[in-house]
Design a protein around this ligand. Structure first.
Ligand code: SF4
Length: 451
């Protein structure tokens, strides 16, 4: 049991959960999507911020010990990761441990979800540990579409923003290569072991040329990876039922938290596509544009032309950034698609269209529910044979999503399953997934018979 310092105060939410120049500090990143977070860390290192991905899930008992059980599961997991990491560092360095050297990176979201409070709550808990009080928490926020000029020097921020976006999309494509190849691999384990080499090559390239925004070098590495990986596919294996994953972003992407759901589905005979990290980043940018447009309209109605001009400038610059991102995303996907038929990604507009002019759900309500509902219907439109909604137990948007999707997909005769996780083992999970996969196989056979 650690020793506790005095009771924390709420002004710590401002003084030590903040946005400041992180240059020179060791940035501690919680693990989430394995490829994405490692490429994000490499992007930070490329611009001179020593970033480290913390070991994950080893500290879950600590995360649970210092929470009440009412918190979202990702909050408990990430809390456990930071406590475990700092305790290990303290033990390793002994008297040389200096909390001032570290910064804990925990982004936040505005809107109705509890994600906006994780970093505040974790601040209160870190403050109870001697020596961890001095470790500041830095965040970026969905409020301004993850603006980074508040956490690094102005000359580095635009470089980092572009590099980290491209790195995220490359990570999505690496995931999609794995999901397309691994279920059909000639020898068990060959895809995973090769992709670790590919990841290491990509990290090294980002660190070497990322700061110069030399994206062609990154694309060449990606092409080498995809060309090798496609050779692992056994051409005699028939195509499996395709399963689309939607749900809460952390749980979807964190294999420890979702108890290796994707591998389990593959083991039971499926081929999986999970909603991408890029989808979330594009959604945040899309939401920001909607808010800026709303502001612009308000100023117009008020006749406040000075504010109107300022809002227009912001909107135009944001729209330019969105176009840039769409262009780069297209380049990354094309680099891979010319060699292998991985699943391509949808636009946020396409997701919104699936909501049937807001009849099924409305983006104004916020949260990931809109993405999950629209995303699931996109999968259905593209002939997927089953949908899995994966989320932390009690997650608000995913529960909404479940309530809407279940009857909709039932009507369309597409197998659907909810999988909620809280770190415990569900005794009937395997039976439920196997039954779901049986239904998905029947769905595939029925669609083949029809065509
Ligand atoms: S999306 Fe779900 S898990 Fe995430 S903060 Fe909201 S309620 Fe919690």
């Amino acid at each position: 049991m650690p020793s506790m310092s005095d009771q924390p105060t709420f002004d710590r939410f401002i003084t030590s959960v903040k946005q400041f120049d992180i240059s020179g500090k060791t940035l501690l990143l919680p693990d989430m999507a394995p490829f994405a977070v490692r490429l994000l860390a490499a992007s930070f290192r490329a611009i001179g911020v020593p970033a480290v991905v913390m070991e994950t899930y080893k500290g879950l008992s600590l995360g649970k010990q210092f929470t009440s059980g009412k918190e979202c599961f990702p909050c408990q997991v990430t809390l456990g990761d930071i406590l475990y990491h700092l305790q290990k560092e303290k033990k390793r360095l002994g008297a040389a441990f200096s909390p001032d050297n570290y910064v804990y990176f925990l982004p936040e979201a505005d809107g109705p979800c509890r994600f906006g409070m994780y970093n505040k709550m974790q601040r209160l808990i870190l403050d109870r540990f001697d020596g961890f009080k001095e470790v500041p928490i830095v965040y970026i926020s969905t409020k301004n579409a993850y603006a980074t000029e508040t956490i690094m020097p102005p000359d580095r921020s635009p470089i980092f923003r572009r590099l980290s976006f491209v790195s995220m999309i490359i990570a999505d494509v690496l995931d999609r290569i794995v999901w397309r190849v691994r279920p059909y691999e000639l020898r068990t384990g060959m895809t995973d072991s090769f992709m670790q080499e590919g990841l290491a090559a990509m990290i090294a390239t980002i660190e070497a040329v990322g700061a110069d925004l030399n994206f062609n070098r990154l694309y060449r590495v990606l092409e080498d990876i995809v060309m090798t990986a496609r050779g692992f596919i056994d051409p005699y294996q028939p195509r499996r039922p395709r399963i689309g994953l939607v749900g809460e972003i952390y749980l979807r992407h964190h294999p420890d938290s979702n108890q290796d759901l994707i591998r389990n589905i593959e083991e039971y005979g499926g081929e999986v596509v999970d909603a991408s990290c890029g989808e979330w980043i594009n959604f945040v940018a899309f939401e920001r544009a909607r808010k800026l447009r709303r502001k612009w309209r308000e100023h117009w109605l008020e006749g406040d032309f000075k504010a109107l001009r300022a809002a227009a400038r912001k909107l135009i610059s944001h729209e330019i950034e969105k176009l840039y991102q769409a262009w780069r995303q297209g380049q990354v996907y094309r680099s891979a698609l010319q060699h292998l038929d991985i699943a391509s990604d949808h636009s946020i507009r396409a997701v919104e269209r699936r909501l049937d002019r807001n009849r099924l759900f409305n983006f104004d309500i916020g949260t990931e529910a809109a993405l999950s509902i629209g995303g699931a219907l996109e999968y259905a439109h593209h002939g997927f044979n089953g949908i899995v909604n994966v989320f932390p137990f009690t997650c608000m948007p995913s529960t909404i999503c479940s309530a809407i999707l279940k009857p909709l997909l039932h009507e369309k005769k597409i197998p659907y399953i909810d999988t909620a996780y809280d770190g415990t083992t569900q005794p009937n999970r395997e039976a439920a997934l196997r039954t779901f996969m049986y239904q998905a196989k029947q769905h595939l056979e029925a669609s083949r018979a029809r065509n």
